[in-house]
Design a protein around this ligand. Structure first.
Ligand SMILES: *Cc1c(COP(=O)(O)O)cnc(C)c1O
Length: 233
C-alpha cells in the first residue's frame, strides 16, 4: 500500500501538471488536505511529509484533531469544509482558521460575533449550491451577491471567495461545467466590487477540471489518505 507521503507527493505532481496544462503558475493553487475520518496520527504523517493545511467536515472530529495536534498549531491551518449548524459556531470561531461552508447570513453573523478578539479575522468562503441539487448545502447563485456583500461587511470575518461541491460527473468536460459556473459567478462578484482571492473547488476525482476553470484551493482527501472507511458526505 502506498504511504501517505508518497500519495501526497503524487497529488502535488498531479496538481503541478494540471496547472501547467492550464497555463497557470503552480503556486496559484493551494492544496488543502482533507483529513475527515482519518486519525490524528495520519494527519501528523501528512504534516511530516510537508502538508500544512487540513480540512475537516465534522466539527467535533475536527476539534479533537486540533487538540491532539496542538503542538503543530502555530504551523498549520485548520479549515472547516462541512456543514455548520448555528449551535456550533462558537467552538468553530474559536478553533478554526477558515470556514468554507458558510451559506447563510445568520451563521456568518454568529461567527463574526464569536471570533475571539485575540485571533485574526476568520477566513470564510460562501458555499454555493452550483448544481442546484435539492439536498445539497449552499446558497442559491442568485443570492450570492447580496450574501457576499453582507458577509464582507462583518468585522471579524474575511470573505475570501466562493466554494462548491458539484454533483459528481464522469468525464473532464462534464466536470468543468459547474466549476466554470462558479468561477463566472465569482467574476461577477468581483466586478461588483468585492475583493475575493479564493475559489475553493476540486476534489480527488475532479482536480484537473477545477484547476482548468480557475480553482485556487483544491480539497483533496482520498487521493492522499486512501478510501474512507464509510462513505462520508
Ligand atoms: C470529503 C470532501 C472533500 C475531499 O473529497 P475526496 O474525494 O476524498 O478528495 C472535499 N470537499 C468536501 C466538502 C468534502 O466533504
Amino acid at each position: 500500500m502506498a504511504t501517505i507521503a508518497a500519495n501526497l507527493q503524487e497529488t502535488q505532481t498531479r496538481l503541478a501538471s494540471a496547472c501547467t496544462r492550464a497555463g497557470r503558475p503552480v503556486q496559484s493553487v493551494t492544496l488543502l488536505v482533507v483529513s475527515k475520518t482519518f486519525s490524528a496520527t495520519a494527519v501528523r504523517e501528512a504534516y511530516n511529509a510537508g502538508a500544512r493545511r487540513f480540512g475537516e467536515n465534522y466539527v467535533q472530529e475536527g476539534l479533537e484533531k486540533i487538540e491532539a495536534l496542538a503542538d503543530l498549531r502555530q504551523d498549520v491551518e485548520w479549515h472547516l469544509i462541512g456543514p455548520l449548524q448555528s449551535n456550533k459556531t462558537r467552538v468553530v470561531a474559536e478553533a478554526f482558521d477558515w470556514v468554507h461552508s458558510v451559506d447563510r447570513l445568520k451563521t456568518a453573523q454568529r461567527l463574526s460575533e464569536q471570533r475571539p478578539a485575540a485571533l485574526p479575522p476568520l477566513n470564510v468562503c460562501l458555499q454555493i449550491n452550483i448544481s442546484g441539487e435539492d439536498t445539497k448545502s449552499g446558497a442559491a447563485p442568485g443570492e450570492a451577491l447580496a450574501l457576499a456583500r453582507a458577509i464582507a461587511a462583518l468585522p471579524r470575518l474575511r470573505l475570501r471567495g466562493l466554494m462548491a461541491v458539484p454533483e459528481p460527473a464522469a468525464d473532464f468536460e462534464a466536470q468543468r461545467l459547474p466549476h466554470r459556473a462558479l468561477a463566472e459567478l465569482q467574476r461577477q462578484l468581483i466586478a461588483q466590487g468585492l475583493t475575493l482571492d479564493t475559489l475553493s473547488i476540486g476534489m480527488s476525482a475532479d482536480l484537473e477540471a477545477a484547476v482548468a476553470e480557475g480553482a485556487t484551493m483544491v480539497r483533496i482527501g482520498s487521493a492522499i489518505f486512501g478510501q474512507r472507511p464509510t462513505p462520508a458526505a
